[in-house]
Ligand binder design. Structure first.
Ligand code: NAG
Ligand code: NAG
Ligand code: NAG
Length: 445
C-alpha cells in the first residue's frame, strides 16, 4: 500500500512538470428532500460539521460546489450557510414547491443551449440557471424536459462522454436508477446492486460520488459498482471540519492525501521534505515516509489554521494572522525562543498574507498578499518589503512553495507550476492544471 502510494507520488511528481494531465473539473450533484423544514429557517444553526445529510449538491460555473439543505445553501467546502433564495430567488416564487431535491451541472456538447447550466429539481419542476440567472420559460415540468423520469427525485448527476457512451444524466429515486440520454432522450433503467440509495450525487474531478446520510461512496457511473473502501465520511473529505472521532494513523494520512478541501499552506525544505497544512492537520512527506498529525500536537504554539509557511535555513517560518512562529525542523520540531513575533517586525508586512516561499539557494522571501507579491531580503536588517509585482492571471493563491524546478502555486484543488516567481507573475494564460490530491500527495483514488 505504502509502496504503491509512493510510486504514484514519484510518478506524479516526475511527470507533473512536463506532462499534461487532465483537469477538466466539473461536477454536479444533487440530492434529495428530507423534510426537516422546521429547523431550516435557522441558518446560523446549520452546522455542516454536525454530520448532516445534504438535499442536493451542484457546482457552479467556476467548479465551486453548492451544498443545499432545506432553504439554505453552503458554498464551497467551508463557511456558514446562507439562504438559497439570496442566490436563486425564483426557487421561492412557487410556494407549493419544497426544497431542492436534486441538482446537477449539465454537460452536453450536443445541446449548447443547456451546456454548463445548473439544473435544480423541486418536486415536479426543473429550474435551469446559468450564472445564477434563471433561463427563460423555466421552471418546466420534469416530464417535459426529461420524459420518462419520475418526479420527486432523490439525486441526479451528469455523465458526459466519454465516461458514458453518450452525454447522459443519471437520476436516482429510492433504489431506482435511470440513465437519460441527452441526445436521443432514451431512458435506461439500471440496477446498481452494491450501491446505497443516494440522497445526493456529485461528479467531482472526474469521479462519481453518491452521498447517503453523512457518508459518501465513489461509484462507476455505468455499472454502479463501488470500488475501494467505502463509505467514507463526508466531513473528512468534502468539509473542512476539525477532527472528530478517533482515527488510525493510516486513516489520517489517507484523509490528508485525498481531501478536496483547500490547503492553507505548503512548503518544501532544503532536503525536499514537503509539509502541507490544512485546518487543524498537516501532512509531511520525507523521502518515502508519509506522516500526518494535528498541528496542535507537532506545532503546539501555533495551534491550527496557519496562513502561510516557508522554509529557510533549517527552519519553518509559519505565519498566522499578524504573527510569525519559527520552528527548527527536527524530531520533535522546536519552537524558537522569542517567537511568535509580529509579522511587521519579521518581514515588514502587515497580515494577513496568503502564501510565502523561498526558492532554493536564495535568501529572498516572496510573500503573496492578494494579487501582490512582495520580496523580502532575509539577510537584511531591518527587513524591508519591496513590491515585486502583481499576479495578473491567477485567482487568489491558497498556498505556494518553491523548489529546484520552480514555483508551485496551489488554488483550491489544483496546482500550477512556473519556472520562477517572475514567470508566475508574468503568466498571461493559466498553465496546465494538476490535481493536488493525486499530483502532490499521491492519493490513489
Ligand atoms: C428567502 O427565504 C426566507 C426564508 O425562507 C424568507 O423569510 C424570505 O422572505 C425569502 N426572501 C425572498 C426575497 O423571497
Ligand atoms: C448513443 O447514441 C446513439 C445514437 O446517437 C445510439 O445509437 C446508441 O445506442 C447510444 N448509446 C447508448 C449506450 O445509449
Ligand atoms: C432504498 O429505496 C427503496 C425504495 O426505492 C426502499 O424500499 C429501501 O428500503 C431503501 N433502502 C434503504 C437502505 O433505505
Amino acid at each position: 500500500m505504502k509502496l504503491i502510494q509512493m510510486l504514484t507520488l514519484c510518478l506524479a511528481l516526475s511527470l507533473s512538470l512536463a506532462a499534461p494531465s487532465h483537469h477538466k473539473e466539473d461536477h454536479v450533484q444533487q440530492d434529495e428532500p428530507q423534510g426537516h423544514q422546521h429547523e431550516l429557517h435557522h441558518g446560523a444553526n446549520l452546522d455542516r460539521c454536525g454530520g448532516m445529510e445534504f438535499d442536493a449538491i451542484a457546482v457552479n460555473e467556476e467548479g465551486i460546489p453548492y451544498f443545499f439543505k432545506g432553504d439554505h445553501l453552503f458554498k464551497g467546502f467551508h463557511g456558514q450557510a446562507e439562504l438559497s433564495n439570496e442566490t436563486f430567488p425564483e426557487l421561492d416564487e412557487h410556494h407549493h414547491l419544497g426544497h431542492v431535491d436534486a441538482a446537477f451541472r449539465m454537460h452536453s456538447e450536443d445541446s449548447p443551449e443547456h451546456h454548463d447550466h445548473q439544473f435544480f429539481f423541486l418536486d415536479t419542476k426543473v429550474f435551469s440557471y446559468y450564472k445564477h440567472k434563471l433561463e427563460k420559460d423555466y421552471p418546466k415540468d420534469i416530464s417535459e424536459l426529461f420524459p420518462g423520469i419520475p418526479d420527486h427525485l432523490d439525486a441526479a448527476v451528469e455523465c458526459p462522454k466519454p465516461d458514458c457512451a453518450n452525454d447522459t444524466i443519471i437520476f436516482f429515486k429510492g433504489d431506482e436508477i435511470y440513465h437519460f440520454d441527452m441526445k436521443t432522450k432514451k431512458v435506461d433503467e439500471k440496477e446498481f446492486k452494491s450501491m446505497p440509495n443516494c440522497t445526493g450525487a456529485f461528479r467531482y474531478m472526474d469521479h462519481y460520488y453518491c452521498f447517503h446520510g453523512h457518508q459518501f461512496s465513489k461509484f462507476d457511473p455505468i455499472t454502479g459498482e463501488v470500488q475501494g473502501k467505502y463509505p467514507k465520511e463526508t466531513r473528512d473529505y468534502f468539509m473542512r471540519c476539525p477532527h472528530f472521532g478517533q482515527k488510525t494513523t493510516d486513516e489520517h494520512i489517507e484523509r490528508e492525501q485525498c481531501s478536496r478541501v483547500h490547503l492553507d499552506a505548503i512548503t518544501s525544505d532544503d532536503d525536499g521534505s514537503v509539509y502541507a497544512f490544512r485546518g487543524h492537520h498537516f501532512l509531511s512527506i520525507t523521502g518515502d515516509k508519509f506522516h500526518s498529525d494535528t498541528i496542535e500536537s507537532a506545532f503546539k504554539e501555533l495551534h491550527s489554521e496557519v496562513d502561510a509557511v516557508f522554509s529557510y535555513e533549517g527552519h519553518l517560518y509559519m505565519i498566522k494572522d499578524n504573527e510569525v512562529f519559527v520552528y527548527k525542523v527536527g524530531e520533535p520540531h522546536t519552537h524558537l525562543e522569542g517567537y511568535p513575533k509580529p509579522l511587521k517586525e519579521v518581514l515588514g508586512i502587515e497580515g494577513p498574507v496568503d502564501a510565502a516561499f523561498v526558492c532554493a539557494d536564495h535568501h529572498i522571501a516572496h510573500v503573496v498578499k492578494g494579487q501582490t507579491v512582495y520580496d523580502v531580503d532575509l539577510k537584511a536588517t531591518p527587513r524591508v518589503p519591496v513590491k515585486e509585482g502583481s499576479i495578473a492571471h491567477l485567482k487568489k493563491i491558497d498556498a505556494a512553495m518553491c523548489g529546484p524546478k520552480g514555483v508551485t502555486a496551489v488554488i483550491g484543488n489544483h496546482y500550477y507550476q512556473f519556472g520562477s516567481p517572475m514567470i508566475m507573475m508574468m503568466a498571461k494564460i493559466m498553465p496546465e492544471q494538476h490535481r493536488v490530491s493525486q499530483g502532490l500527495f499521491g492519493c490513489d483514488h
